[in-house]
Design a protein around this ligand. Sequence first.
Ligand SMILES: *[C@@H]1O[C@H](CO)[C@@H](O)[C@H](O)[C@H]1NC(C)=O
Ligand SMILES: *[C@@H]1O[C@H](CO)[C@@H](O)[C@H](O)[C@H]1NC(C)=O
Length: 136
Amino acid sequence: MGVYHLKFGAAIIIMVLLYGTTMVRSIPNTNVTTVLCNSGKYTAGDPFATSLAYVLEELLTTTPKHKTYESYNISPYPNAFAYGHGSCNRNLTSSDCAACLGAAKTAMLDSCQSRIGARAVLHDCAIRYEQYPFTD
Ligand SMILES: *[C@@H]1O[C@H](CO)[C@@H](O)[C@H](O)[C@H]1NC(C)=O
Ligand SMILES: *[C@@H]1O[C@H](CO)[C@@H](O)[C@H](O)[C@H]1NC(C)=O
């Protein structure tokens, strides 16, 4: 009887462990769906570069903290505004959202160098920036 209870208990523990790991292990799908670049370029030394770097950095840290995994941002420097938007699928963990946005940023900036606007849509997240306010 003692042995039986031990086995039963062990089976339950194993089930809980398996369930727990499958729940936690949701690897974000960072496959790129689309990357779109504005054809317009900013020149080297344009203050927009600083604004853009600020906005993208903010999006990467704030989006995973928002309950909706959705955030808009505006750069604080008055001489060249950058507007950004980041979002993640809600079934991601916060750290997976951050990882996905990092991959989205890399995919976007690799394809769209020195552009005045760009976006990358990945399977599980998306990122976009422009020189004007937008919603989407
Ligand atoms: C999240 O849900 C979407 C469908 O809404 C699905 O395509 C995607 O693969 C899911 N991602 C994860 C990490 O489960
Ligand atoms: C990502 O894309 C590759 C190549 O198209 C595909 O083999 C892979 O299954 C995709 N990954 C996911 C998680 O959908």
